[in-house]
Write a protein that binds this ligand. Structure first.
Ligand SMILES: C[S@@+](CC[C@H](N)C(=O)[O-])C[C@H]1O[C@@H](n2cnc3c(N)ncnc32)[C@H](O)[C@@H]1O
Length: 364
């Protein structure tokens, strides 16, 4: 496992057994007290029990359990959420509206991720000349552009590097609001003529018709996918990447080094990864000087919504399948790419939290 030791997992399963057997709160608490000394992160015994109880809709007991580890960021935001909403359910679809995302991009985490991705794309561009044809603009593709702020930043860098006169960007995103905002932001903020093509779909569900539209704009210099291709399980990531290899030889992946794909529902590893990842992620949102209303909008419709979905749903119904670096390397190889070493753009507790990695088809 990635986050927990086998010995810790064995002890934590006794908490799962206790909640599965529907025993009363005080008895579950006794099991937690027994497990606690066996863990490097002692408070996780309570976090784990709280998440299992919430998942079974034992909301009051879950709240009591979260409050036993309230100095932990994940437990403290979940406590506030459960008090506010009274149920362990997602408040809506993540990314349906660009508003929570506009708040999130003010965080230090986002700024570091953005700067790291821009730097790595510029380095890629220096090493790999664009395949320009005299009669067509240089074309790139961006999967899951969000509000397009990151896209505009790296495009301006490569435009300057090659003194480009025009650029064409193919956006792929399942949400119309994101596509519209990304296109508007790029047209407004990119320093040269910018043509955009928007394709509304989940990348793993792209149709042959949509592929044909994209092929009319080849060659595509590179595909950027920043924190956007973890929305499918490993079984779908590999065919998706194989398809991308047919569209462009270069795929630049920015992802989070989390473990929400292969671990099964209710497993200690899955919940440990959720609590730690979303705890760190949410800390940045708590530090922002924004109104309480905006803070809640961002927390509830982004990290908390995703965390609840991962904890509560069976694996096929998850929306997020974040994958560790090591697993992404395996996936890239299985899809037939040469895979570069990862570059950490945001470290946390001595591990990469966000990283960038290049997949190349070997054909230049
Ligand atoms: C975390 S945001 C990243 C935005 C931007 N790339 C950045 O780094 O700032 C994730 C983006 O991926 C999009 N997305 C979600 N599921 C997707 C899928 N299955 N295929 C393509 N894009 C997806 C979301 O709508 C959103 O625009």
């Amino acid at each position: 496992m990635f986050f927990l030791k086998e010995s810790e997992i064995k002890h934590l399963y006794s908490i799962k057994d206790a909640t599965d057997n529907g025993i009363i709160f005080d008895e579950i608490l006794k099991v937690c007290e027994h497990v606690k000394p066996q863990l490097a992160d002692k408070g996780f015994a309570y976090t784990y029990a709280a998440c299992l109880l919430a998942s079974k809709d034992r909301i009051d007991e879950s709240l009591k359990m979260f409050s036993l580890n309230k100095e932990d960021t994940f437990c403290s935001i979940m406590t506030d959420y459960l008090k506010d909403v009274g149920a362990f359910v997602m408040p809506g679809k993540v990314f349906e509206s660009a508003a929570p995302y506009d708040i999130y991009i003010q965080t230090e985490l986002y700024k570091k991720h953005q700067a790291g991705t821009v730097k790595n794309i510029l380095n890629f561009a220096k090493k790999n000349n664009h395949p320009q044809q005299s009669d067509t603009p240089v074309t790139i593709m961006d999967i899951g552009p969000g509000n397009g702020v990151l896209t505009a930043q790296f495009v301006n860098k490569i435009v300057k590097l090659y003194k480009l006169k025009s650029i064409r960007i193919i956006f792929i995103d399942p949400f119309e609001d994101m596509l519209k905002t990304a296109s508007e932001n790029c047209k407004k903020n990119i320093d040269i003529e910018c043509k955009t093509i928007s394709i509304c779909c989940k990348i793993q569900e792209i149709t042959n018709e949509q592929i044909e539209i994209i092929k009319k704009s080849t060659p595509i210099w590179f595909i950027n996918a920043a924190i956007s291709v973890h929305h499918m399980p490993k079984e779908e990531k590999i065919p998706m990447l194989k398809l991308m290899k047919e569209l462009s030889p270069n795929f630049i992946l920015t992802e989070v080094n989390w473990n929400h794909d292969l671990p099964e529902k209710d497993s200690p590893e899955l919940i440990y990864s959720v609590a730690n990842s979303y705890g760190t992620f949410s800390k940045g949102i708590l530090e922002l000087s924004v109104s309480e209303e905006d803070r809640k909008l961002c927390l509830y419709h982004f990290p908390i919504a995703e965390a609840i979905n991962i904890i509560k749903q069976e694996r096929p119904a998850r929306i997020d399948y974040h994958t560790t670096i090591e697993e992404w390397q395996n996936i890239g190889h299985e899809a037939g790419y040469e895979v570069s070493d990862p570059i950490t753009t945001f470290p946390c507790k001595g591990k990469p939290f966000v990283f960038v990695m290049e997949f190349n088809s070997g054909i230049r």
